[in-house]
Design a binder for this molecule. Structure first.
Ligand code: DX5
Ligand code: ZN
Length: 205
């Protein structure tokens, strides 16, 4: 199991200390939630912030783009230091093109689907993906309640070459359910940052 803490819930003014603490708990991935105020109402940070923190760690930068027209921004996120770029299926008319552009830069590529989007919609794209990100809450903010039907999506996706990542409302109980259903990566924001000892809890699942 891979744990990818979402720094949305971290103290971003003390990000170096936060990252070092995660590191001391053996965390290897960092989930970076980019929101543009268009695809989702909230605005978080952009590629400049990612570029700024890139020298602080060699963790895998797992960038989750909740932005409109992601195709226009791929290069800047690659240059900022993303290792994997995940965009939203709902954010772009031509997802095949976005996949192609991300791959052309030699970084990992993921697609994310919102709770209302059915797995069948991305079936034709799966063979090109390194990762599928199931949103188990409505994208846009942390601290929401896990949507149980996400477990059926994990089950429907399991068995492929790609990694299955779940994002939103992950805690001890829901995290266990996701892993049992076949998830490979758990994203957790509020659960991890309210008490970093919870990293151990999630890793022990
Ligand atoms: C929500 C983000 C998540 C969020 C998860 O749109 O994609 O990554 O940070 O936060 P929690 O774990 O608090 O639900
Ligand atoms: Zn996310």
């Amino acid at each position: 199991m891979i744990l990818s803490p979402s720094i949305l819930a971290a103290d971003r003014d003390n990000i170096e200390q936060e990252i070092n603490e995660l590191k001391s708990f053996g965390v290897k991935w960092l989930h970076l939630d980019v929101m543009d105020g268009l695809f989702v109402p909230a605005l978080t940070f952009d590629s400049k912030f990612i570029k700024k923190i890139r020298p602080l760690t060699d963790m895998v930068f797992d960038v989750h783009l909740m932005i409109e027209q992601p195709i226009n921004h791929i290069k800047e996120y690659v240059e900022a230091g993303a290792d994997i770029i995940t965009f939203h299926y709902e954010a772009q008319k031509n997802p095949e093109e976005v996949i192609k552009v991300i791959k052309s830069f030699g970084v990992g590529v993921g697609i994310s689907i919102k709770p209302a989007t059915d797995v069948s919609e991305i079936k034709g794209l799966l063979s090109d993906l390194d990762l599928v990100l199931i949103m188990s809450v409505e994208p846009g903010k942390g601290g929401q309640k896990f949507i149980p039907s996400s477990l059926e999506k994990i089950d429907a996706l399991k068995g492929g070459e790609y990694l299955i990542e779940v994002d939103g409302g992950v805690n001890e109980q829901t995290g266990k359910q996701c892993l049992d259903a076949g998830a490979d990566i758990l994203v957790a924001g509020s659960f991890v940052f309210k008490d970093k000892e919870n990293i151990k809890v999630l890793k022990s699942l």
